[in-house]
Design a protein around this ligand. Structure first.
Ligand code: ADP
Ligand code: ADP
Length: 228
């Protein structure tokens, strides 16, 4: 599904954040991306949804070469990629329902389908009863569940999560992982950058460790491998 070849990323300030990464990720895989702060994890995953462009090398997702993708085609790519952030990024003036429905309204889905689909994903994250709440009326874990629901409402084949449990307590983090496993079991590829060693060492998945912009380890059922 994802094929990176000799990818580098040098930011305009001269920082070489990714320095020659080649990797293949198959449909349905669950991959943790680990490594020290500043190692290049975020840059690595941002290039997968075209938030950043590589300086050299190629990235293909489902046969589409992202390095050749025209700017006006980027929204179509994004529809097949759900993105979840550490800080949720919900729209504060919209209700839970509206935050999730928004992604379908922009593609002009008909209102009846929107309602059905939003309630389906709210059910998956167990938040149907809070559909009318505003984000700041929810706990952090609940806000993250809304952002996960929003990310999968288009039924994307790929979900990218950058430190999704970074702002959450341990118990809430495990809840989030249960939801990710459920989404992954339904066939969605998940790529998750994380510093959560307990989760990585307990829920064993493929681990890609990035250090100084290079892949330092790539293991099928890997360990977190760092002290912090
Ligand atoms: P990680 O996610 O592993 O902490 P990042 O990909 O965020 O690493 O950062 C890798 C390196 O690139 C760091 O040295 C960081 O300071 C630098 N960097 C990240 N984003 C930018 C940017 N937009 N402009 C310049 N340098 C950046
Ligand atoms: P958690 O233990 O998951 O962090 P909290 O203790 O923050 O949860 O919240 C417990 C419950 O109270 C949650 O269901 C949340 O929706 C509700 N709640 C928290 N803050 C507010 C608020 N400012 N307004 C309304 N409801 C809230």
């Amino acid at each position: 599904m994802i094929e990176m070849k000799d990818v580098t990323k040098k930011y305009p300030n001269g920082v070489l954040a990714v320095n020659g990464i080649s990797v293949n990720i198959k449909q349905g895989e669950f991959v943790y991306v680990v490594g020290p702060s500043g190692a290049g994890k975020s840059t690595f995953i941002k290039m997968m949804y075209r938030e950043e462009k590589p300086s050299s090398g190629s990235i293909t997702i489902n046969g589409i070469d992202l390095t050749k993708l025209k700017e006006k085609k980027v929204p179509y790519l994004r529809r097949n990629i759900g993105v979840v952030f550490q800080d949720f990024k919900l729209l504060p003036r919209l209700s839970v329902f509206e935050n999730i429905a928004y992604a379908l309204e922009v593609i002009e889905e008909n209102p009846r389908n929107i309602k059905k689909r939003v309630l389906e994903v709210l059910d998956l994250v167990r938040l149907k009863h809070k559909a009318r709440f505003l984000p700041d009326e929810l706990s952090g874990g609940e806000q993250q569940r809304v952002s996960i629901a929003r990310s999968i409402v288009n039924s994307p084949g790929l979900m990218i999560a950058d430190e999704p449990t970074g702002n959450l307590d341990p118990e809430t983090s495990w809840e989030i992982m249960n939801i990710f496993e459920e989404i992954n079991n339904r066939g969605t590829t998940i790529i998750m950058a994380t510093h959560n060693r307990e989760i990585v060492n307990k829920i064993k998945k493929r681990v890609i460790a990035i250090e100084s912009g290079k892949i330092a380890r790539d293991e099928v059922r890997g360990e977190y491998g760092y002290e912090i």
